[in-house]
Ligand binder design. Structure first.
Ligand SMILES: NC(=O)c1ccc[n+]([C@@H]2O[C@H](COP(=O)([O-])OP(=O)(O)OC[C@H]3O[C@@H](n4cnc5c(N)ncnc54)[C@H](OP(=O)(O)O)[C@@H]3O)[C@@H](O)[C@H]2O)c1
Length: 259
């Protein structure tokens, strides 16, 4: 297939995309979509075993069903790469990020075109009476050098016990505005997901199915989101060269649904 005349289809062709949090959930779906559009993808997470499985899964998917948009290299080990980077290892976090960036750029031999940040843990929700300053610091996920960050509609529509996470969501949105100015001409944006059923939800245990039903009732679509639906919002941020300092909500209309 000759793709040279397709303006929209080819926007990520040959691009180099780093997905921090790409070993699971929304980030994994972003990585999969980028490969379909012919990008080279580097995924990062903190768990080596999960990382190895993800890289192998992505390489197998490409080998079995290669996108016609993939340019050279056909070598899968150059098309899908992975590296661990633990963002919670506070004393070493700077070195971990530098190591990841050195790996992702092949020691500055290849510049990154897009960086997506979806890394995050299961929400260890606690009532406000149990929140301490250490919980706040342990939970902080704001430090990042990414370009498309992840917020959440719980910053605007918090359920009970979401005080800390609601504050992170709005910090992220503020950070995006500031970085968009400071990092210009690089574009910096934020995706604000609603209820997207991912591996993160396994942390709800037996309550998971009940949570799905509850969130379905809160959306205009009557559904909960899939990672691949949310991934479209990140693709928009990567592909639209006029989008910067913006937040895109992907929530099935939960933000505006009347109670
Ligand atoms: N799913 C939702 O309903 C929803 C709604 C609103 C906002 N969000 C936010 O969206 C983001 C992605 O959510 P998701 O549902 O896709 O979660 P997920 O499926 O659990 O994926 C999280 C990713 O982050 C990585 N990660 C976790 N801790 C890390 C650490 N310390 N260092 C580096 N990487 C780390 C995980 O890899 P390892 O386990 O290997 O570290 C994994 O790749 C999160 O920030 C979440 O709070 C999600």
């Amino acid at each position: 297939m000759s793709s040279s005349t397709f303006k929209s289809l080819t926007k990520l062709q040959g691009a180099r995309v780093l997905v921090i949090g790409g070993t699971s959930g929304i980030g994994f779906a972003v990585a999969e979509s980028c490969l379909e559009y012919g990008a080279t993808v580097i995924v990062a997470g903190s768990n080596q075993d999960r990382l190895d499985k993800t890289v192998s899964r992505l390489r197998t998917a490409v080998a079995n069903n290669p996108s016609p948009l993939i340019l050279e290299p056909k070598d899968l080990s150059k098309l899908v790469l992975g590296k661990t980077c633990n963002l919670k290892d506070v004393p070493n976090v700077e070195a971990n990020i530098q190591g990841l960036l050195a790996f992702a750029t092949d020691s500055a031999a290849h510049q990154l075109d897009h960086v997506v940040f979806t890394a995050g843990d299961h929400l260890g929700l606690r009532p406000l009476s149990e929140i301490s300053t250490s919980f706040f610091h342990e939970s902080d996920q704001a430090a990042s050098s990414s370009y498309t960050l992840t917020g959440g509609i719980n910053a605007w529509r918090p359920s009970p016990n979401f005080s800390v996470y609601a504050s992170f969501g709005l910090q992220t949105e503020g950070l995006v505005h500031g970085l968009a100015v400071d990092m210009t001409p690089v574009r910096v944006n934020c995706v604000r997901p609603g209820a997207i059923v991912t591996e993160l939800w396994d942390g709800f245990g037996d309550a998971k199915e009940g949570m799905k039903e509850m969130y379905k009732k809160r959306t205009l679509t009557g559904t909960v989101g899939k990672p691949e639906e949310c991934a479209e919002s990140y693709l928009h941020m990567m592909k639209n060269s006029f989008a910067t300092g913006t937040v895109v909500t992907c929530d099935g209309g939960q933000m505006i649904k009347a109670a």
